[in-house]
Design a protein around this ligand. Structure first.
Ligand SMILES: [Zn+2]
Length: 147
């Protein structure tokens, strides 16, 4: 039987978290919660906590989703551009290689951090992983009496 003090140890924030503003703030590389402080301390390395509102970003698990989204976006945009330009500006294979490979790398590196910010914003808004309080998949976050 648990006492009332055990219940007070579990803090679950019930405030509404709008998804699209959180994703938009993440895409702008700012905190999904407040939008006023930066989300990354280095390339693809999120801060541990927001400098403005203190939101903890250690529960984020963007993992492989940002690269998958980058592949889809870059593939659609650059393949479309290649197919459109190849009709009226046919070039040799080497010229194609020298144009499209650097563009692919540059485009991918440019958009992957904003996309990762958007994914972190989505995870925060949907309270995924540890963003909503207790992560049911993380045994280190369970209270002592629940183990
Ligand atoms: Zn913040």
């Amino acid at each position: 039987m648990s006492s009332s003090s055990d219940v007070s140890e579990i803090v679950v924030e019930d405030a509404h978290r709008p998804v699209w503003p959180a994703i938009r703030r993440g895409l702008l590389n700012t905190c999904p919660a407040c939008g006023s402080a930066r989300l990354f301390k280095a390339f693809l390395k999120p801060v541990d906590a927001c400098a403005a509102c203190g939101t903890d970003f250690t529960p984020q698990r963007a993992d492989d989703l940002p690269p998958y989204i980058v592949i889809v976006v870059v593939g659609h945009v650059l393949l479309t551009a290649y197919m459109l330009t190849d009709d009226f500006m046919p070039k040799s294979l080497w010229a194609q290689f020298l144009i499209w490979v650097p563009l692919t790398i540059l485009f991918s590196v440019t958009i992957i951090q904003p996309i990762k910010g958007g994914v972190i914003g989505l995870q925060w808004a949907l309270r995924m992983h540890g963003f909503g309080g207790i992560d049911p998949n993380d045994p280190t976050e369970e209270p002592e009496d629940r183990r």
